[in-house]
Design a protein around this ligand. Structure first.
Ligand code: UTP
Length: 294
């Protein structure tokens, strides 16, 4: 049976402590990269990859996300009256984008727990998970690249990226072997994975990045997984258990990733995205040049 990926889950209930104090009263997913909230980049990627149902796992203090994807009658009326048609189009485009379902994770008990919270809304079908912090600039949306692999293998697929040894301890790291097939050396079969290993214990230089395609078997596995590092239910622990039941692949995606949940990563992404904009690129470049940094 060839199963399709229609549902995309966005875990967005984390506390965003790396971005305090900005995230004290607003979700980090709503921080703007130039003029668009981080999470909208992820939603646009999921839609471009063919997902038509978006599921957001939110928590306390995250209502701005719901408002963002909802209709704003007052704002639309004012923009209409003031004949600001282009802005009206931009605002309408967001709420017209798609139907979004929300489920609340009452406590931030970890990414694995957030995924498990989406169980009822996902049901018994394979689905995508996108961590909105990982904004990936790619010619072909990364989720689309991964869905192609899923359609061929019908197995869970993890996005992976080669990471320098100095940075590897910040990630879930994969032990892999090259997979057969025609993927230009980008596809691996996953043998094992370790969450945030010391550099000398890392099984490879392949880090897990915030895009996953998972089979629904992950739910049973997560519901039986013990709480791990930091008192949280870790997705990596669930994936390791799933690996004992099913084959799983890792795909070295094509694209440029920005970790926008980190302050430096956010600044770099802001600069790169602004420089690419038709309306802002030239004056912004001129401004940066004039800074005469040493
Ligand atoms: P992060 O590791 O980035 O954690 O979570 P965080 O809490 O959001 O941010 P920091 O590290 O404190 O700055 C990865 C993803 O998992 C979600 C987050 O919202 C983020 O998209 N998450 C994490 C949940 O939805 N629930 C949780 O309990 C934990």
């Amino acid at each position: 049976m060839n199963r399709k990926i229609c549902k995309a889950v966005f875990p967005a209930a984390g506390l965003g402590t790396r971005f305090l104090p900005a995230t004290k009263a607003q979700p980090k997913e709503m921080l703007p990269l130039v003029d668009k909230p981080i999470i909208q980049y992820g939603v646009e990627e999921a839609l471009a990859a063919g997902c038509n149902q978006i599921i957001m796992v939110t928590g306390r203090g995250k209502s701005a996300i719901e408002d963002h994807f909802d209709v704003s009658y007052e704002l639309e009326k004012i923009l209409e009256e003031k004949k600001k048609t282009e802005l009206l189009r931009v605002v309408r485009q967001i709420s017209d984008m798609i139907h979004v379902a929300y489920v609340r994770q009452k406590e931030a008990l970890g990414l694995g727990h957030a995924v498990l919270t989406a169980r009822e809304l996902v049901g018994d079908e394979p689905f995508a998970v996108l961590l909105a912090d990982d904004v990936i600039d790619a010619e072909i949306p990364v989720l689309k690249q991964m869905i192609e692999v899923f359609e061929e293998t019908q197995c869970s697929v993890l996005a992976t990226q080669i990471v320098e040894p100095a940075a590897i301890s910040a990630y879930g790291v994969l032990d892999v072997k090259p997979a057969d097939g025609h993927h230009g050396g980008r596809l691996y079969e996953v043998l094992n994975m370790v969450e945030k290993p010391a550099v000398e214990e890392a099984p490879s230089n392949l880090a897990i990045i915030g895009r996953y395609i998972l089979t629904p078997a992950i739910f049973d596995v997560l519901s039986q997984t013990q709480v791990g590092k930091g008192g949280e239910l870790q997705l990596t622990d669930g994936l390791r258990a799933l690996l004992k039941q099913e084959k799983m692949y890792a795909y070295v995606y094509e694209g440029r990733r920005h970790d926008t949940g980190d302050k430096l990563g956010f600044l770099k992404a802001t600069i790169e995205f602004a420089l690419k904009r038709d309306d802002l690129g030239s004056p912004f470049k001129e401004y940066l040049r004039a800074l005469k940094l040493d």
